[in-house]
Design a protein around this ligand. Structure first.
Ligand code: CA
Length: 310
């Protein structure tokens, strides 16, 4: 334990005396045994905002009551093995830096798949994997976008039907330095790409469609949650995009990932009133006003990990 963590532990002991049981504001509430790593998804956000801002307010909400939190950065658009290797190197850095034996990986969207890859390769370094809005069984939207990006298979009828939402996403994708990486990323996230990935890395996957997976595999705890609302906040410009992209799906979805595709390990819940960006408190905290706040979910999960000794 490093100096900062040791100081935090002392402070926690002192403050916990007066804390009510179950009080989510209690000191030590998020004080996990192992550091928490937040692993981002497929996104152009880094150019605009930086990786910490991918998770606005979330790292701070976790740190406030004791968690040690690290935010990693991998290639925005690439396949899972490339991103996973980059994440693994940062996991090793966090372990070297903190002296911890393992880490808790919490990944949003593609970041959840990167986390699964790391846990499959090096289970001894991973206490838990939690996927939030991750396309564990693939995302139909990725298949549609990939086909449009690849000029030869340009689908005019699909584009006409979904012009607004796909236009925004394509602008995001085409802003990458190497568009081929975007195609690679979308290949990885498509149904066929994920079937291949899952055959190689089945840890924590449900064995029946929309079921739960094994809670613990190779000593690694697996969890997941997701939202299933595309439109949640009138003032968030990204909601218009999700209103359109959600039409690609025949099942409930968060605008990018289907409800059942998000299942992995212990399913904490699969129908929060959140769209794909609400799941990481975007844009800028514009989420559903009357539903549970995304930051609260991350805090509750840290407490869940803590209570499991993770
Ligand atoms: Ca939002």
């Amino acid at each position: 334990m490093n100096g900062t963590a040791a100081r935090a532990a002392t402070l926690t002991t002192a403050l916990c005396v007066g804390a009510m049981a179950g009080d989510v504001h209690a000191a030590g509430y998020t004080e996990t045994e192992y550091p928490i790593i937040l692993a981002h998804g497929l996104s152009g956000f880094d150019a605009l905002l930086g990786v910490v801002e991918y998770w606005p307010g979330i790292a701070g909400a976790l740190e406030k009551d004791g968690a040690e939190v690290f935010v990693t950065e991998v290639s925005q658009f690439n396949d899972t093995a490339v991103r996973g290797q980059q994440l693994l190197e940062q996991v090793e850095e966090v372990i070297a830096l903190t002296g911890a034996d393992k880490v808790n990986l919490v990944g949003h969207s593609h970041g959840g798949l990167d986390s699964r890859w790391v846990a499959a390769q090096r289970p001894e370094l991973v206490a838990s994997v939690t996927t939030v809005g991750s396309p564990n069984q693939g995302a139909e939207l990725a298949t549609v976008l990939r086909d449009i990006l690849v000029e030869d298979s340009f689908s005019e009828s699909v584009l006409a039907g979904l012009a607004g939402g796909l236009g925004s996403l394509l602008a995001l994708l085409s802003g990458t330095s190497n568009p081929q990486d975007a195609v690679g990323a979308l290949d990885a996230l498509s149904g066929s790409g994920m079937a291949e990935f899952n055959a190689a890395y089945p840890q924590g996957l449900p064995t029946t469609w929309c079921g739960q997976g094994d809670p613990v595999v190779d000593g690694v705890y697996y969890f997941s949650w997701t939202g299933t609302r595309s439109v949640t906040n009138f003032f968030d410009i990204s909601d218009a995009m999700f209103a359109l992209t959600s039409l690609v799906y025949s099942e409930d979805n968060d605008g990018v990932v289907g409800q059942c595709s998000a299942h992995l390990g212990t399913v904490i819940r699969d129908d929060y009133k959140q769209n794909h960006l609400d799941e990481v408190n975007q844009l800028f905290g514009l989420v559903h006003w009357w539903s549970v706040n995304p930051k609260t979910l991350y805090r509750q999960h840290a407490n869940r990990l803590k209570n499991l000794g993770l």
